[in-house]
Design a protein around this ligand. Structure first.
Ligand code: UD1
Length: 422
């Protein structure tokens, strides 16, 4: 059976929604568990498809992994296999983050190259050059990255771009290297801070988490730990955009509102009222949103993962917005699906210009990645008639209980199964 979502637009979203742990944190925290023999427990995990896939990657390395509700328990053996299975890795790009921990623990890592991605090319050159600076050799052999190091030693590393994945891999190798590693132009995302917090609890010595210079004092071994994943700011922001677009009022719980300072400021510029609390916020919108411009950048800039939500908001805003994508070059591909829903959108290179329309019109559309899929659903909430969103497995990879959460806020959305076309 093939599943799709059917959304009937025109409803104001009102109510409260709880957000659980961040996808982009939990997968890296699961990889970090490899750094210590013994049992590591991670709580507040999102129940999304990527978590069992990452569990399969860890099992292929010799771990015993249990995923029970929001808790993932990982038993890491004294001796790990250095070679990850192709099958789970090919389905989960984030699994490349086992590279750093494996080189650190086994002095060798063989990780299949993850496949292409609908949001653009995602090379691993910065991951590889960082590991080389630490003393590893890296080669591509038979579609796999092979990294080896007799001895990892601290080094000064300058990243060309504050890549999230490269920062994480280098960090996880450096914690067990001899001596001091300094990563300059490091990524500052809250998920990196979460990873540093867990590594510190395991005994790693790291300074500068959340800044663009990370200093790591290598230690000889780490201990297993228990860690609670930070709330998913991208999911929280998705509900904030949904509230603003439907002129509703939504309380979001379980996210640090300071991770969304810029996002909430943009929504205020669009006319929303916001109320900030310790672990959440409320967004309320009375009138049609005003057009605002968005520019994606590494954190603390506006997240590229929220660019589809910015496009969806701009599609129904009063006025003209310019959205600039600076992180993933192919991320505007889904804009054609927005046009199918009646958006007046034009893209040129890494800019998109949207002239807001009062109302979108329903159509069948296809999700190309997690965030594009969520953006299309938000657009469907503001469209006349019934919008069908297909290829929703992408959305299920990133949003736990997506339909249930939207329905609890009053949205007219359902998940339907049909026979596949022959
Ligand atoms: C992570 C997030 C993703 C988010 C992105 C940027 C996870 C699982 N995914 O992806 O949701 O959109 O951060 O916030 O956490 N690059 C290179 N060479 C490299 C590495 C990256 O050129 O070696 C480029 C990429 O092609 C891209 C840019 O750097 O253009 C940013 O990528 P990066 O920050 O590494 O993103 P990911 O870690 O893949």
């Amino acid at each position: 059976m093939v599943e799709h979502f059917a959304v009937r637009g025109g409803v104001r979203l009102v109510g409260s929604v709880d957000v659980v742990g961040a996808k982009n944190s939990v997968l890296k925290l699961m990889a970090a568990a490899l750094l210590a023999e013994g049992t590591t427990t991670i709580t507040n995990c999102p129940e999304i498809l990527d978590v069992p896939l990452m569990a399969d990657v860890l099992r292929s390395l010799g771990c015993d992994v249990r995923v029970e509700g929001g808790t993932v328990t990982i038993d890491v053996p004294a001796v790990l296999s250095a070679q990850a299975d192709y099958r789970p890795v090919s389905k989960l790009r984030a699994s490349v983050c086992v590279l750093g921990p494996l080189v650190a623990r086994c002095r060798r890592a063989v990780v299949p190259l993850p496949g292409g991605d609908a949001i653009g090319s995602r090379p691993l050159d910065m991951h590889a050059s960082g590991l080389r600076k630490l003393g590893a050799t890296t080669e591509i052999e038979h579609g796999r990255v092979v990294a080896q190091a007799e001895h990892l030693r601290g080094a000064q590393i300058w990243l060309d771009f504050p890549s999230v994945g490269a920062t994480e891999n280098i960090l996880m190798a450096a914690v067990l290297a001899d001596g001091v590693t300094v990563i300059d132009n490091a990524a500052r995302e809250p998920e990196i801070v979460d990873l540093c917090t867990m590594l510190q609890r395991m005994g790693a010595k790291i300074e500068g988490a959340g800044s663009s210079t990370l200093t790591v004092y290598g230690v000889s071994g780490l201990q297993p730990t228990e860690h609670r994943v930070i709330g998913d700011r991208i999911v929280g922001a998705t509900w904030a955009f949904a509230a603003a677009m439907t002129r509703g009022e939504v309380e979001v719980r379980g996210v640090d509102p300071h991770h969304l300072d810029l996002v909430l400021d943009k929504l205020r510029s669009a006319g929303a009222h916001t109320e900030i609390r310790v672990d959440g916020f409320t967004v309320a919108m009375e009138n049609r949103p005003r057009a605002v411009d968005f520019v994606t950048l590494p954190y603390p800039g506006f997240a590229t993962d929220l660019q589809p939500m910015a496009i969806a908001l701009s599609a129904v805003a009063d006025g003209t917005s310019m959205i600039t994508e600076n992180v993933f070059e192919a991320r505007f591909r889904f804009v054609d699906e927005m046009v199918r829903l009646g958006a007046d959108a034009r893209t040129d290179g890494h800019h998109a210009v949207l002239r807001g329309v009062e109302r979108l019109s329903s159509a069948p559309v296809w999700a190309s990645d997690i965030r594009a899929g969520a953006g299309l659903v938000l657009a469907g909430l503001c469209a006349d008639g019934e919008t069908e969103i297909w290829d929703i497995e992408h959305i299920d990879r990133g949003y736990p209980r997506f339909v249930e959460n939207l329905r609890a806020l009053g949205a007219d959305i359902e998940r339907l199964s049909t026979e596949p076309d022959r």
